[in-house]
Ligand binder design. Structure first.
Ligand code: 13P
Ligand code: SF4
Length: 349
């Protein structure tokens, strides 16, 4: 990717991207999905990008897969499919378009490429990483196997392709407990999220051992803060992601993946909800749930926020940022992801 000024100059030479109330009006149907959280003046800036991206998507026969942490203008404006990591991994196996633009972090783009090697997978910003994926390498997995011989390795999808390739199976926040329970043997190694592992350990009869990684977004929440909030406002429902500490999870009324969180709020419609996860989650569902007031605090994922309309447009325009994975790594990594999908489907029926 060129530096941001070069990128802007290239886009300005090919597209009219000036803020435009006319473009905002032409995309009113899209804007209505986020008008509680995005001011019209901002939408007038976003709309020319949304129009250009959606046009280019059709020309390139591309689809945009967006994670639930994308900002509203991406989530509602240009994504063809949105979901949690498990939904995105499954969707990557089903896509028929020639090009997948992954709006999320790098490990998600790798998963799409692993599951669909013949497609072009574009990452709008290759630097959009993840503190969990960066915390462990294939060598770390080997160290854990040496410490616990014979134990199955269950790696969170928030890992590089190299780590997936040396794992027995993957898991996501949506299916971690089922995957651990499906492993043979009494001891299961979970990498790299110590808090997801500890939260699963509290629910399974298996002995779970873990790598000491953590998510820089979710580890910031404390049980004391949540308790204080609830005391000041007893009506609030606290809904947490399992990357939070077990103490935070113990304070929550519900814990689940980003999809499970969205489903829970839709099903229960509490008058006030605190989503103990990334800030865009509440913003993305705010218009669908006008009866729910979303309480702060929330925390931003600096990696997810590296994905912008400008970078998505540039990726589609230049067809740069293509994700490549050594086939010798991709093949065993695919086995671990596919095994996860198969176990999830078997447990769901
Ligand atoms: P989900 O699989 O629940 O969407 O979580 C992904 C993630 O990175 C959360 O921080
Ligand atoms: Fe990684 Fe945490 Fe960001 Fe999710 S929120 S992508 S786990 S750093």
């Amino acid at each position: 990717m060129p530096d941001i000024l070069e990128l802007r100059a290239e886009l300005a030479a090919h597209y009219d991207l000036a803020p435009s109330l006319e473009a905002a009006e032409a995309t009113r149907d899209i804007y209505e999905r986020m008008d509680r959280v995005v001011p019209l003046a901002d939408w007038a800036m976003f709309a020319p990008y949304v129009i250009a991206i959606n046009r280019l998507k059709a020309e390139r026969n591309a689809v945009i897969l967006g994670h639930n942490y994308m900002t509203p203008e991406i989530y509602h404006g240009v994504a063809d499919f949105v979901g949690d990591s498990l939904q995105l991994a499954i969707k990557a196996t089903e896509v028929e378009a020639d090009v997948i633009v992954q709006c999320g972090v790098h490990f998600m783009a790798e998963t799409s490429k692993i599951m669909n090697p013949s497609k072009i997978v574009l990452m709008p910003d290759m630097a959009a990483g993840c503190s969990l994926a960066e915390s462990i390498s294939a060598k770390g997995v080997a160290e854990m196997r040496a410490l616990y011989p014979g134990a199955a390795v269950v790696s969170y999808v928030n890992t590089t392709a190299e780590v997936k390739a040396v794992s027995d199976v993957c898991c996501t926040s949506a299916n971690a407990l089922q995957i651990v329970n499906a492993m043979e043997g009494d001891t299961v190694i979970m990498t790299p999220d110590q808090y997801l592992a500890r939260n699963v350990a509290a629910l399974t009869h298996k002995r779970v051992v873990w790598w000491e990684g953590s998510c820089i977004v979710h580890e910031l929440y404390t049980a004391a803060d949540l308790r204080a909030y609830r005391e000041s406002d007893p009506e609030v429902k606290i809904i947490a992601h399992p990357e939070c500490t077990p103490e935070v999870v113990a304070e929550a009324d519900f814990t689940g993946s980003t999809k499970d969180i969205i489903d829970w709020v839709h099903a229960h419609k509490p008058p006030k909800a605190m989503l103990v996860t990334e800030c865009s989650m509440a913003a993305n569902i705010s218009d669908e749930l006008p009866e729910v007031e979303f309480a702060k605090p929330c925390n931003m994922c600096p990696y997810m926020k590296m994905i912008t309309l400008e970078k998505i447009l540039y990726a589609l325009h230049s067809m740069t940022g293509q994700v490549e994975i050594d086939p010798a790594v991709a093949m065993p990594a695919r086995r671990a992801v596919q095994r996860m999908i198969d176990i999830s489907r078997k447990v769901a029926v």
